[in-house]
Design a protein around this ligand. Structure first.
Ligand code: GLN
Length: 311
């Protein structure tokens, strides 16, 4: 892989992201997230061959938010198995906002997929009897190769004080027999996982491990089973950007998961992990810089999942 080419492409991608950041907004429904600077942007590319490229605010800590849904999903798949997880949650894109409960209430007996809030609350309820929050944090540190991941107490408290909608979803899930464990504790575990502090670099590490089928390419250690990784990447491609997933898959074609803290976790299979931090969001709650940044990287580096070009 030509290092100079990647550096040049990364720099241009960064400029493209910077140019759109002023047109989005930071999330304010969790008041603490409203304190972020919408002009921050960081992009990290970590290849499976061991090359690392960073531009901008790549070591700034921010909360992982919905990207934690991938961590919880792979943990649940490994420890509870495919059948148990997918007996409670579906695998279809919803076409609805991430915090919608309309379809769930009217037309469905399980959440559409594990990436929307109803699905992730369900996965958290399944994990509740199996793991403590401390054990799940330790797992997050392992798969992100980042021993400094901690819960951001201020963001956690801020979300818990404004959690009515997720609480409503969780009780709706209980009323349908989908959540069978303690509703309040499931909600708390989910919200704590969303409040873990990461960096663009931690996300690039996680993406690199997913790109390498669950193995840390630096030392050959398997951190996640190949089967769980395969499912996670598929769900990222189809559901990772909520109701923007289809368009993102066409234009970018890199399995990606977003979080309202401004993070993006992207996996260019067998090539690299890409972590982005940009708290300015588009109207669907995805990092607004993500689209131009990742579309450019995809085009220039041949990263689209169906692109035959090789770098
Ligand atoms: N904690 C956030 C919520 O439940 C996560 C949402 C997101 O990142 N899209 O609303």
């Amino acid at each position: 892989m030509n290092q100079e080419k990647i550096l040049n492409v990364l720099e241009t991608a960064y400029q493209k992201g910077k140019a759109v950041a002023p047109y989005g907004n930071v999330a304010t429904y969790i008041p603490e997230l409203g304190k972020a600077d919408k002009n921050n942007l960081g992009i990290s590319i970590f290849t499976v061959g061991g090359q690392k490229y960073n531009v901008g605010d790549t070591d700034r800590r921010f909360t992982i938010q919905s990207i934690s849904k991938i961590i919880s999903l792979v943990l649940a798949l490994e420890h509870l198995g495919f059948d148990k997880v997918f007996s409670k949650v579906g695998m279809e894109p919803s076409g609805e906002a991430f915090n919608s409960l309309v379809e769930l209430d009217l037309n469905s007996n399980k959440p559409f997929n594990p990436m929307i809030n109803s699905g992730a609350l369900t996965v958290s309820s399944l994990l509740l009897p199996e793991f403590s929050f401390e054990e799940m944090t330790e797992y997050a540190r392992k798969v992100c190769l980042d021993s400094e991941i901690e819960m951001n107490e201020a963001v956690f408290q801020s979300e818990m004080s404004n959690v009515s909608r997720n609480r409503a979803i969780a009780y709706l899930l209980e009323s349908k027999g989908i959540i069978e464990n303690d509703v309040e504790k499931s909600l708390e575990l989910y919200t704590k996982m969303c409040s873990l502090n990461v960096t663009a670099e931690s996300l690039a590490n996680f993406g690199m491990i997913l790109a390498a089928d669950g193995i840390n390419p630096a030392n050959g250690e398997r951190l996640i089973s190949a089967q769980a990784v395969k499912i996670a990447k598929t769900i990222m491609l189809t559901c990772g950007m909520y109701d923007g997933s289809g368009e993102f898959a066409v234009y970018v074609g890199i399995p990606t998961k977003s979080g309202v803290g401004g993070g993006l976790l992207s996996v260019a299979d067998y090539k690299m992990g890409i972590g982005v931090y940009g708290p300015s969001l588009d109207e669907k709650g995805n990092c607004i810089a993500g689209r131009p940044v990742l579309e450019y990287l995809s085009k220039e580096l041949g990263l689209h999942i169906f692109d035959r070009k090789r770098i």
